[in-house]
Design a protein around this ligand. Structure first.
Ligand SMILES: NC(=O)N[C@@H](CC(=O)O)C(=O)O
Ligand SMILES: [Zn+2]
Ligand SMILES: [Zn+2]
Length: 425
């Protein structure tokens, strides 16, 4: 038996008030939360007024193993997750080999299970190689433990393939997660098609590539009854479509990334690939719409789309650089600093978007509140001191984020998974 007593932590109570309490953890469970717990334990940790939350959940990360271990591994990615305050993450299938059959999936899952510091669930591919019209063996992959199905990185180009996959996913009661992108509207674009692409004279991708495929999918989702989840939603038009679909009873959920909430294309002042990701940063009107969509519940959750790449792949121009930015070590902190501190959102809302909704939508197990009887998955954040993000502090192999140099509050002090400390500052 191991026992840990965390003293003087501030947990979020009713009406968003902070309550200073002690937390007793025995083995993998929270066994008591109260003021002034007196108990002989193996270790006492003085949280010194830090915020305590249930472990964060990220339904969209790229851990790159197997195939691209030079960008990230399960060991480094999960360490980065722990450093960000995350205790459960869902890993994308754009790997090599692709988890589009049982053998590949089992090999990838075994490697995840052997090397992850946090709870790690694996997505399987919708179609073979993430690009074909041949739907994967969704039934077998679900039985093997696939948390959900997605071709993230690529849109599913034909309605027939999408409908077939949705019906199969509905049968096994797993979400179908869509990276919505119609290739016929991308035109080799490296950023959003509009004023900024014109100014920088770079090829732009039409934002209708996202919303037009989303509109198709929502019709198919309604017909198939699948739980359809939209990955990294980024345009005003997409928000409007999801809002309408929810009103019509479509079983749809949606995620937005921290960068689409906090940045737009006006932040791109030079041809610097640290601002290159897919979907691209959109217009200020799109950004206003995704924030409003999150606040009114149209968008259910935040997911980082943590996409590490090597320095060589992100150097220089948008042309030729890889799409994607890292995010798992800075997301809670950036959103706390820019949404909660200024009063745009409450801490309760932020935790709803980063813990409760992801767990509910994907049927995950984990603490939804720091209370006795819950699993000891939790994080402590220092919300009182400012911190400047530097490239050398990341646990991830990727340092490709435009937020380097930003000042944030909420640095992670400690992260615990099943009662084990997996990160300590
Ligand atoms: N978001 C990105 O820009 N890149 C992701 C793929 C994806 O999420 O579509 C990647 O795998 O690097
Ligand atoms: Zn994607
Ligand atoms: Zn992604």
């Amino acid at each position: 038996m191991t026992s840990i007593l965390i003293k003087n932590a501030q947990s979020v109570g009713a009406d968003d008030t902070l309550i200073c309490q002690d937390i007793l953890i025995i083995d993998d469970m929270i066994t008591a939360v109260a003021t002034n717990i007196k108990e002989t334990v193996d270790r006492v940790i003085d949280a010194n007024g830090a915020l305590v939350t249930p472990g964060l959940v990220d339904v969209h990360v790229h851990f790159r193993e197997p195939g691209f271990a030079y960008k990230e591994t399960v060991a480094t990615g999960s360490k980065a997750a722990a450093r960000g305050g995350f205790t459960t993450v869902l890993a994308m299938p754009n790997l090599d080999p692709v988890p589009d059959n049982l053998e590949n999936f089992q090999m990838i899952k075994a490697n995840n299970d052997a090397n992850s510091l946090v709870h790690l669930k694996q997505y399987a591919a919708i179609s073979t190689a993430l690009t074909t019209e041949e739907v994967s063996d969704i039934d077998a992959l679900a039985k093997a433990g696939a948390v959900a199905f997605t071709n993230d990185g690529k849109g599913v180009q034909t309605a027939a393939t999408m409908l077939m996959a949705m019906k199969a996913a509905a049968k096994v009661k797993r979400p179908l997660v869509a990276h919505v992108e119609d290739n016929s509207l991308i035109n080799g674009g490296v950023m959003n098609l509009g004023e900024k692409s014109k100014e920088l004279q770079l090829p732009g991708m039409d934002p209708l590539g996202e919303s037009s495929q989303l509109a198709r999918d929502l019709v198919l989702a309604k017909a198939s009854g699948v739980h359809y989840h939209v990955a990294h939603l980024s345009t005003k038009s997409s928000v409007e479509l999801v809002r309408l679909a929810k009103l019509q009873g479509v079983n749809v959920t949606a995620e937005v990334s921290p960068h689409h909430l906090l940045l737009d294309e006006t932040y791109i002042t030079a041809d610097n690939a640290y601002f290159k990701m897919n979907p691209p940063l959109r217009t200020p009107a799109d950004r206003t719409a995704v924030i409003a969509g999150l606040l009114d519940g149209t968008i259910d959750m935040v997911a980082t789309d943590h996409a590490p790449h090597s320095t060589a792949e992100k150097e220089g121009s948008f042309i030729g650089a890889a799409f994607g930015i890292t995010g798992i070590e800075t997301s809670f902190q950036l959103l706390y600093t820019h949404l909660v501190k200024p009063g745009i959102a409450t801490l309760t809302q932020l935790l709803d978007w980063m813990v409760v909704k992801p767990q509910q939508a994907f049927g995950l197990h984990g603490a939804q509140a720091v209370v006795a009887g819950q699993p000891a998955d939790l994080a402590l954040f220092d919300i009182r001191h400012a911190h400047k993000i530097t490239a050398d502090e990341f646990a991830s192999k990727g340092v490709n984020t435009p937020f380097i140099g930003a000042t944030i509050y909420g640095q992670t002090i400690l992260t615990m998974v099943d009662g084990q400390i997996v990160y300590e500052a």
